[in-house]
Design a protein around this ligand. Structure first.
Ligand code: DGY
Length: 323
C-alpha cells in the first residue's frame, strides 16, 4: 500500500522532519519560503495531509470550488485562527493542533515582555549598542517596579495560569483575571489568582494587562479604544496571544496619547508587517512571534503533529482534534 502524501509547509526541527519522512511520502520545504494562497490551494488538491502553521492563511475561499484530497490539516501550533475551521469541517477535513507543550515557554516570554517593558531593557540595549551610554546616573532610564504590582490576565487557560503562577509566586504580584467561564476559586488560588466578572473590572485595577485568550472572530479587537480608555492610567499591555485580539490602531493612539505607559508585543494584526508608528515608539518592546521558540518546545510541537497524523492514518482518533 502506498504511503500517504504529506506536505510540511515550513522548515521544522530536524528530528521531526526525520520521523515524518520515515513514516510518510513527505514533501519538505527545504528553503523555508512561505507558500502563497495558490500554492496552499493546490496543496489541498494533491496531498493527503497538509501540515501548516500560523504563517499559512487557509480562509474558506481556499477550500471552495475544487476537489479536496487533503483529509487532515495537522497544524504546528496551538492557535488555529489562520484556518477557517467551518470550511474545513464542511469539506470533511480534520484539523489538529498542539496544546500543552508550549505553555511554559509562552508564559516565560510573556514574563520577559512584561519585565522588558517595565524596566526599559530594549531602550537600554539600543542606547548601549549605539555607543550612546554616557555612564551611570540616578535618573537614567528609570522604569516601573514590577514586584508587588497588580497583573490582570485575560483568558485563564493553560498559558494564562502558567503566567499567573510566575507573576504571583515569582514576583509577589496580585493576580486578577477574566475568563469567559467560571473557574473554581480553589483552582484559581493554586495560581495565586482571583477571578473578576468583567474585563473592565480587570482593566481598571491592573498595572499590567496580559492577553492569553484565543484569536479569531470571537475575540477580534477585544482590546479596543474603549477598553484602552478603561485601563488604569500608566498601565502596560502585554500580548503573546494573537494579533487580532488587539485593535492595533487603538493601541497606537492609547500609547501616543500617554493613556498607557507601554506595551510588550509578540503578535501583530498583519504579521510580519508592523506599523511604522509602533516601531518608532521607544516604550514598546516588539518581538517577532517567539512565544514557543525554544528547541525543546518546537520539537515537542512537531512531534505532537506527527502523533496526530500517524494516529489519523492508522484509523485512530487524533489526540488533539479541534475539527
Ligand atoms: C501557537 O502555537 O499558536 C504559537 O503562537 C505559534 O503559532
Amino acid at each position: 500500500m502506498s504511503k500517504p502524501r504529506i506536505l510540511v509547509t515550513r522548515r521544522w526541527p530536524a528530528a521531526v522532519e526525520t520521523v515524518l519522512s520515515e513514516r510518510f511520502d513527505t514533501t519538505l520545504n527545504k528553503d523555508d519560503t512561505a507558500l502563497d494562497a495558490a500554492q496552499l490551494r493546490e496543496a489541498l488538491h494533491i496531498y493527503d495531509a497538509v501540515l501548516p502553521t500560523v504563517s499559512d492563511k487557509l480562509p474558506a475561499a481556499l477550500f471552495e470550488g475544487q476537489t479536496i484530497r487533503t483529509k487532515i490539516l495537522g497544524n504546528f501550533g496551538v492557535g488555529f485562527n489562520h484556518i477557517d475551521i467551518a470550511a474545513a469541517r464542511e469539506k470533511g477535513v480534520v484539523v489538529t493542533n498542539t496544546p500543552g507543550v508550549l505553555t511554559d515557554c509562552t508564559a516565560d516570554l510573556a514574563m520577559l515582555l512584561l519585565l522588558s517593558a517595565a524596566r526599559r531593557s530594549g531602550e537600554g540595549e539600543r542606547e548601549l549598542r549605539a555607543g550612546a551610554w554616557s555612564g551611570w546616573r540616578p535618573t537614567h532610564l528609570v522604569g516601573t517596579k514590577v514586584t508587588g504590582k497588580t497583573v490582570g490576565i485575560i483568558g485563564f487557560g493553560r498559558i494564562g495560569r502558567a503566567f499567573a503562577q510566575r507573576c504571583h509566586f515569582g514576583f509577589g504580584m496580585d493576580v486578577v483575571f477574566h475568563n469567559r467561564s467560571a473557574i473554581d476559586p480553589m483552582e484559581a488560588a493554586r495560581y495565586g489568582a482571583v477571578q473578576l466578572q468583567r474585563i473592565e473590572d480587570v482593566l481598571e485595577i491592573s498595572d499590567f494587562v496580559s492577553l492569553h485568550c484565543p484569536g479569531g472572530a470571537g475575540n477580534r479587537h477585544l482590546m479596543n479604544a474603549a477598553r484602552f480608555a478603561a485601563m488604569k492610567p500608566g498601565a502596560f499591555l502585554i500580548n503573546t496571544a494573537r494579533g487580532d485580539v488587539v485593535d492595533e490602531a487603538a493601541l497606537i493612539s492609547a500609547l501616543e496619547q500617554g493613556k498607557i505607559r507601554g506595551a510588550g508585543l509578540d503578535v501583530y494584526e498583519a504579521e510580519p508587517n508592523i506599523p511604522e508608528r509602533l516601531r518608532a515608539m521607544d516604550n514598546v518592546v516588539l518581538l517577532p512571534h517567539l512565544g514557543s521558540a525554544t528547541e525543546e518546545t518546537r520539537t515537542a510541537m512537531g512531534m505532537k503533529v506527527a502523533d496526530n497524523v500517524i494516529a489519523f492514518f492508522a484509523g485512530q482518533a487524533p489526540p488533539d482534534r479541534v475539527a
